[in-house]
Each structure stands twice: as structure tokens, then as C-alpha cells.
Write a protein that binds this ligand. Structure first.
Ligand SMILES: [Mn+2]
Length: 342
């Protein structure tokens, strides 16, 4: 079905439709991020405060650092045994921050076969044809921004809980107000959310100041082993398997490390190389970042990788850590020679 055949709602059509329902079930994508959790809690608390019985089911657990948004302790991972009755009784099913049922994994068949109305509110490209109606704006910075606009379009104000959830999704999906879609309208909306009582410092501390001692020690290891090549334009952070033992950390603690690959002045391409050793196998996990017209993706392709032009990942199971390191240094020369990286 072509996109033009989908039924698109305006902000106020979606807002008026949802607020007139008796009951609404909300879900979002697997591995929910700040926008996914923020939008589900933002919409649920708004609708509930206006008399709509609202429920949330997630395809996978809420990350610990987003649980502060769940004031009513209502986030539950979907389980058909537990939620069958709910599925049979609610008036409609709403998917947020995703436009393809596949992104909800084990919830997908229930979304696709739901016998009453299904709605999508989202800001990603290329919505899949399965829902009754869509509220989509691919230029919106976040799903949370769309939900705030929807609430305001029908003349309602927001409670602190709703505003805090929506603020968090906007903050995380704009990369702390720095990505392309951080428009004047985003900042004007954020001003109104602060007027609802949102405290930026509280949100920041709850979201970001949640590191463990082990992850900070691993960060220390990473920074002290970082090296520059190609006249300071390539930055490599090598994490050898023994680093995990030394710092009592695990592979999960490498999550935030790629964020500092481009922090040194003049660096245009950065690679985090992590050696993963399990009893069964040893392999090398790769994370690539680049600036401007230098392609991180082009480098990732040499390692079975995928991703975006400036951020990609890959893995190598056949070569040793040192062989991969050498190969990256060699391949980077050419990639750096074709772009400015500004
Ligand atoms: Mn989003």
C-alpha cells in the first residue's frame, strides 16, 4: 500500500479521538529509549488525568535510568498470559515512536491483528500500512514533541508528570538539544514544559549521573590507552579483553565510550575496538564515528558493518585484535584522504 493511502490525522484529530476513548493501550519499540518511555508515560498520564483508562505494555524492560519517569509504577513488559484480558477489553491500541509492528517484537502479532482501532504517533520515515490512522511528522525532533503539540492543539495543559516525561524524550532525542531538529519551536515548547515544574537538573542527574564505579574505571582505561594516527585525524580506543578484568567491568560498560571518539580537536574519524572473549569464542567488536563528509560507514563496510554515514558498527571474528587494529589504521588513510571531516 502506498503511503498516500494511509489515513493521516492532524494533531487535533488524533488528540480529540484519543481523549474520547474509554480505554487506551499504549506500546512502543523494543529496547525503549528516552523518547519511547517519555512518550508512553507522557501520553498515558495525560489521558488518564482526563478520565481515559490507560495502560502501557512494553516489548522489553525500561532501562534503569528512565524509571524515574514512572511515578505510578505502571510500566510492564508484555506477557500474553497476563495481558490477554486487557487486549480483549481496551478500545484502541497506540504505537509510539515506531511505525512498524516488527519493532515491537513479540507484541507485533497482537498489534497487527487487533480487532479495534490501532493508531501510530511517530517521527520516523516510511510508516508501514497496518494502523487505522497515523499522526506522523518526520521533521519533528521526537515523538514527545508531537504528543506535546497534540495536547496543546486541543487546548489542554500538562501536569508535571506529563511534562517531565515529554521533556526527557525531547532532551534525549535531540542529543541534549544539539541535533539538527533542535528548532526555535523545540526551545519554546521546552520553556512551557519548564513552566509546568520540570527541573532540568533533576532530569539530568536521573538520566546521566548513574554510572557505576566499574564503568568509570573502564572509561579511565579507555582514555589512557587512546591513540591518535594520521596526523591526529584518526582516534582509536583499544579495549583489550584484560581491561574488563582489570576494571571489574563488562562489555555492557563500553556503551558510552564511543561518545568520546571525536572529542579531541582535529579528529575526524574515531574507532572503538573491543576484544570480546567468551569461553566459546573470541571476536572484535567495532564502533565507528566520523565528522562531516568523512564516512564511518565506508570503514564499517570492511568489517561486515552497518549503520549511518557518521556512525556505524561492525565485528570481526577471523582476525586477531592486533590485525584488526593494523587494518583499521591502513584503511583509514584512504577514507580520510577523500573528505574534510568538518
Ligand atoms: Mn524518537
Amino acid at each position: 500500500m502506498a503511503e498516500s493511502l494511509l489515513s493521516f490525522f492532524s494533531l487535533s484529530e488524533m488528540g480529540n479521538t484519543l481523549i474520547q476513548k474509554k480505554s487506551v493501550l499504549i506500546t512502543t519499540h523494543v529496547k525503549p529509549d528516552g523518547d519511547a518511555i517519555g512518550s508512553t508515560i507522557g501520553l498515558a498520564t495525560f489521558l488518564r488525568s482526563h478520565g481515559v483508562a490507560t495502560y502501557i505494555v512494553l516489548p522489553s524492560p525500561c532501562p534503569d535510568n528512565l524509571r524515574f519517569l514512572d511515578h505510578e509504577k505502571e510500566l510492564e513488559v508484555f506477557d500474553i498470559e497476563r495481558h490477554q484480558k486487557l487486549l480483549e477489553s481496551v478500545d484502541c491500541f497506540v504505537l509510539l515512536d515506531a511505525n512498524d509492528p516488527k519493532r515491537t517484537e513479540h507484541i507485533a502479532p497482537y498489534l497487527q491483528n487487533f480487532p479495534r482501532q490501532v493508531f501510530v504517533i511517530d517521527h520516523h520515515l516510511d510508516p508501514k500500512p497496518f494502523a487505522s490512522a497515523y499522526l506522523v511528522d518526520t521533521l519533528a525532533c521526537s515523538t514527545c514533541h508531537l504528543i506535546a503539540d497534540m495536547i496543546e492543539s486541543i487546548g489542554y495543559t500538562m501536569s508535571f508528570t506529563t511534562a517531565q516525561a515529554l521533556y526527557t524524550g525531547i532532551l534525549t532525542d535531540t542529543g541534549n538539544f544539539r541535533f539538527d531538529r533542535t528548532t526555535p519551536a523545540v526551545h519554546r515548547l521546552v520553556a512551557r514544559l519548564l513552566e509546568c515544574g520540570v527541573q532540568p537538573l533533576d532530569v539530568y542527574q536521573s538520566l546521566f549521573q548513574q554510572e557505576t564505579l566499574a564503568s568509570m574505571k573502564l572509561m579511565g582505561y579507555a582514555l589512557s590507552h587512546l591513540e591518535l594516527y594520521h596526523a591526529g585525524r584518526l582516534c582509536i580506543i583499544p579495549i583489550r579483553a584484560q581491561a574488563f578484568e582489570q576494571t571489574q567491568s563488562t562489555e555492557l560498560d563500553t556503551e558510552g565510550l564511543s561518545a568520546c571518539l571525536l572529542d579531541i580537536k582535529g579528529v575526524a574519524l574515531g574507532v572503538l575496538i573491543t576484544e570480546i572473549m567468551t569461553p566459546e569464542q573470541t571476536w572484535v567488536k567495532l564502533s565507528f564515528r566520523s565528522r562531516g563528509n568523512i564516512s564511518a560507514q565506508a570503514l564499517a563496510l570492511h568489517f561486515g558493518g552497518e549503520g549511518h554515514f557518521n556512525a556505524a558498527g561492525g565485528r570481526e571474528g577471523n582476525q586477531s585484535f592486533d590485525e584488526v587494529l593494523q587494518r583499521i589504521i591502513e584503511l583509514s588513510g584512504e577514507i580520510l584522504s577523500v573528505g574534510e571531516g568538518k
